[in-house]
Design a protein around this ligand. Sequence first.
Ligand code: ADP
Ligand code: UDP
Length: 237
Amino acid sequence: MQKLEQLYEGKAKKVYKTDDPNLYIVDYKDDATAFNGLKKGTIVGKGVINNQMTNRFMAKLEKAGVPTHFVEELSERETVVKKVSIVPLEVIIRNLSAGSFAKRYGVEEGIVFDAPTIEFSYKNDDLGDPLLNEYHTLALKLATPEEIAVIKQYAFQVNDFLKAFWASCGVTLVDFKLEFGRLDDGTIVLADEISPDTCRLWDSKTHEKLDKDRFRRDLGGVEDAYAEVMRRMKEAL
Ligand code: ADP
Ligand code: UDP
């Protein structure tokens, strides 16, 4: 499998065509951005960790009954994925209050919810990814009611799996963002990535942040945090 024309360069990954019209190659970068691209930097080794972590989770989730775009890891930073048309929604699940939830509702971080929450943002950088509900999603024709039902079911399944997995590593899964896509036949699959860039991960005992918040909030030790969660993941597998 060979990289052909570059289709897209995003903030964290590049996407290439391949000689198979149904497959893309994604190439994970060390570039880091926050606050809709306002803050820029590099997290050395991040691309390798995010690629490997995403692929391990996608393979496990596939077995657990969540269809994914994952096909094959090509190298430390490159993976073959099924080409999808991305549903332009950021699907966010939360188990504890943090980040924009804490800010929006004026509560502290770290409140443990009785049940996970789900929310959607419109994936649109120009608009700053505005929050929307299911009615807005239908009004904007971003997804059908059937697709939204499937996406919600998969998102909670992913949460059940990830929460239990991270707990076994001594890590609390606070919240995370998922993206879904449509295959040519309309099947909804999990796409994009699952990594410390897209999840909040706290040490279960010390509550130390082991994710991109270290970069967003200038906490230092960013590379070490990514390496630590990867080390714990490998140990648990
Ligand atoms: P961003 O676009 O937010 O800067 P990235 O740098 O991660 O993010 O770029 C990767 C892009 O590839 C994202 O826009 C994501 O939605 C898209 N993508 C992820 N998986 C697939 C896939 N299987 N097929 C097509 N596009 C994908
Ligand atoms: N997230 C993400 N991409 C985004 C926005 C959020 O991966 O564009 C992830 C983020 O890492 C966190 C979760 O989604 O794990 C919830 O983020 P939140 O809404 O609290 O926003 P933030 O505080 O990151 O602005």
